[in-house]
Design a protein around this ligand. Structure first.
Ligand code: ATP
Length: 442
């Protein structure tokens, strides 16, 4: 956007260009990498001189007032805790950093209440919680999903990624027994074939993308309905319902009509309803769409807690920063699972390198680069351009800069960047989409 405005409780708090809002924060961002990030996060949270810490897959974003003092504080805190630090790199705060920081200063961090009566049973090692072999679905002559093979184990968070219409929802519906596959086999919570039995249903939670709650029931009535369907023990129902309301930030408002809630609040209740019975297998189809960044953090804290307790989670999302939090990712293109791996693994598998170009007239620079390179190599990220190149980066940087300057474009800088998952997503979709040809929605 040219300008953004941040609203809170009916008032506009800040307006400005994205850069002004980011800079107005008065904070810098340090990207911290190293092993054992959850422990590092604990060491750094609440440390003096550190305003906020957030985990993004293989890195922590640490917000500090002053880069040099902040970096010193990070290094000292890590040394004192005996933790190895791989790298610390300063970067500009993102708009998400600004949003989270401003809202946190107004309303505090959203804490996730402890789940009442949480189970602590180990799952059998080597078990498959969700399995698919040669799975496919056709609607008439249209192949929505073809030959999908995947396995998700207890305690694993698996992210299924893909463009709109790639076949993610259709796959999830087959995996959880809601849609009959045209071909292939599904294994769910130790069962094959009879996926609709009560025994299986009690072990599975599903938050669907579109329908999640009945608008014309109150929140309490919706929760009663889900507790009944999922067969939550009667003795536990009230405390679990209270937990969902607490988690959603709606304590004491169970009598409110669900349809009167803003979208993001409805998602919070729907998420709570899907996990009320502590499922061993959880399907979340775009659970955080329309949910603000602070609540998204709470969702992921809860997803991680469930996984730590042995639940297998299969989640879809279009927010790639949050996909970094998955243990494993699968990329779907045109109904097929075309790539799989850990977030770092899929980045490493891409080859080449990413150059980030900052130039005064990025739309014109984009048009020029796209006309001279394969399209998938060039993408726009806000006011920056990412170019995927092969070979020596110093030489390529010089050539790229000279080419843009020759067209009268002022280059403010070209730097080597690590692949983001967004780069990887665009690459995989573009490469495989070309190979398969574009398909239209059925
Ligand atoms: P999104 O990111 O938009 O949710 P998706 O990856 O979940 O997309 P699906 O909803 O699985 O994609 O859809 C895959 C394809 O199958 C789409 O082209 C869709 O139009 C088609 N499709 C899904 N359900 C049906 C149906 N019942 N009848 C005909 N076509 C369908």
């Amino acid at each position: 956007c040219h300008r953004v405005a941040l609203m809170h409780e009916g008032r506009i708090l800040k307006t400005g260009t994205p850069a002004e809002v980011r800079e107005g924060l008065g904070l810098s961002r340090l990207e911290v990498r190293g092993p054992d990030l959850p422990a590092v996060e604990t060491v750094l949270s609440g440390h003096q001189g550190i305003a906020d810490v957030q985990r993004f897959g293989d890195r922590l974003d640490v917000m500090v007032r002053d880069v040099a003092a902040g970096e010193r504080a990070v290094r000292e805190a890590m040394a004192a805790a005996g933790r190895r630090l791989e790298s610390v790199r300063a970067g500009a705060p993102t708009l998400e950093n600004a949003f989270v920081s401003i809202l946190q200063s107004l309303q505090g961090e959203q804490h996730v209440p402890p789940f009442p009566g949480a189970r602590h049973e180990a799952s059998s090692p080597g078990a498959i919680a969700i399995g698919a072999r040669g799975l496919g679905k056709s609607f008439g002559a249209f192949h929505a999903v073809s030959d999908v093979n995947l396995e998700v184990r207890p305690g694993e968070v698996y992210g299924l990624l893909g463009a709109n219409g790639a076949g993610k929802t259709t796959t999830i519906k087959m995996l959880c027994g809601l849609l009959e596959p045209s071909v292939g086999e599904v294994e769910l919570a130790g069962e094959r074939g009879t996926l609709r039995s009560e025994a299986v249903r009690q072990q599975v939670g599903y938050m669907s993308q579109r329908f999640s709650l009945y608008d014309d029931l109150t929140i309490d009535e919706n929760l009663d309905f889900f507790a009944g369907v999922y067969q939550v023990e009667p003795a536990r129902r009230e405390e679990r319902k209270r937990w969902v309301l607490d988690f959603a930030g709606l304590a004491g408002r169970g009598g409110q009509l669900t349809g009167s809630l803003p979208g993001g609040w409805k998602q919070r209740v729907a998420f709570g309803a899907a996990i009320m019975h502590e499922p061993r297998v959880l399907f979340l189809d775009e659970p955080t769409s329309g949910v603000d960044p602070i609540a998204r953090r709470a969702f992921w804290a809860m997803i991680n807690r469930l996984a730590d307790a042995g639940t297998a989670v299969l989640v879809t999302t279009h927010y790639l920063e949050e996909a970094e939090q998955c243990n494993r990712l699968g990329f779907m293109v045109g109904g097929e699972l075309v790539a799989e791996g850990t977030p770092s693994g899929v980045k490493a598998a891409q080859g080449g390198r990413v150059l980030e170009v900052r130039v005064d007239d990025s739309p014109r620079a984009m048009a020029l680069l796209k006309s001279e390179m394969e399209h998938w190599r060039v993408s726009l990220f806000g006011d920056r351009i990412h170019v995927i190149v092969d070979g020596d980066s110093a030489e390529t940087r010089r050539r790229l800069s000279a080419r843009l300057e020759r067209e009268g474009l002022h280059v403010r800088g070209i730097t080597d960047e690590d692949y983001s998952l967004e780069d990887v997503f665009i690459l995989i979709v573009a490469r495989n989409g070309r190979a398969k040809g574009t398909r239209t929605a059925a």
